[in-house]
Design a protein around this ligand. Sequence first.
Ligand SMILES: NC(=O)c1ccc[n+]([C@@H]2O[C@H](COP(=O)([O-])OP(=O)(O)OC[C@H]3O[C@@H](n4cnc5c(N)ncnc54)[C@H](O)[C@@H]3O)[C@@H](O)[C@H]2O)c1
Length: 317
Amino acid sequence: MGAGMVSELHHRAITIGSHLRLVGVYDVATEVAERRACDWGCRAYPTLGHGLEDPEVEAVFVLAPAEIHAEVALACLRAGKHVLVEKPVASCEDVSELEQTARGSGLVCMPGHNYAYQPEFRSVLRLVKEGSLGKVRAAWLTYVVRHPESVARAYGSVLEEVMVHHTYLALALFGSPNELYAGCMEPAWREHSAEDQAWMTWHYHKGLSVHHFATFAVADRTSNPWLFSVKVLGESGSASYNWHDSVFERALGTLAFAVPAYEDSYIYEHDAFALAMAGDQGAIVSPLADAREAARVLQLAREASERGASVRVVPEP
Ligand SMILES: NC(=O)c1ccc[n+]([C@@H]2O[C@H](COP(=O)([O-])OP(=O)(O)OC[C@H]3O[C@@H](n4cnc5c(N)ncnc54)[C@H](O)[C@@H]3O)[C@@H](O)[C@H]2O)c1
């Protein structure tokens, strides 16, 4: 549901992976759905309702713009379909409703938190959780991918659209911070009004700080470039990974070049989704609870950025 840029990455992953089969597509732009259906050898539904009535459809990927994620995901759950919802899933309140509806129906509703399924991330997560790095004192999550203004415009703000990835990863690694600082840069686009760069620093009691940065404005052409990178420093060990380890020339989805670590994250995400559909909810590394907390933390980050002051993150009751 929604057959734009990100659907190309999901389609590639379905084709490579072994658990899912594409039955059909729906897009409000009929010509888009028909072109995809022709290219991908599947049905084009004239309405979402037609897709939901198709008995062959067991699950729906909600890949439309964020504003309608909750409404569509709820309709799918109420029609008895499992759902994978792209990031950012929805507002805090809407994610709560999705959680309740999914729980009540026994269906899977999984956030499209694809970065959490990369094997490199899961390895860092394990090292942190099992304590191999000792007490973790500092971490960095950095996203440096130059986007043309036309693509950036499709997304809106870097803070909510990109740093949701940073946020759910940091929540999985360390939980919610106690306090955060954030800033959004005045954009240098020609017309688009949203920020092109943003940062957050999260503080935890007992000496951990987590530093987040994202930019659409520049690429890193240095000898050891960032693309998306994670670094965690503990008192007895450190861990890091960087998407730049493999890159090649081929445009797909949102990027003008291919990044296997990124593209393959969708394959691992689908594997987890299929396992969850088969009853193993533990396969979901970054569940709806993290999508709800990510929405809350990013709302506080927006507030901190606008006020130019730090914000205390009081745990939810
Ligand atoms: N996980 C990731 O790394 C990642 C990467 C890119 C985009 N995304 C997310 O995926 C979602 C879609 O992004 P995109 O890049 O594909 O955007 P896009 O603008 O390329 O595509 C969105 C598609 O949804 C369709 N659409 C809009 N309203 C609709 C409606 N009411 N019913 C049916 N279809 C509708 C549009 O016609 C369009 O084809 C966004 O939430 C975005 O943040 C995630």
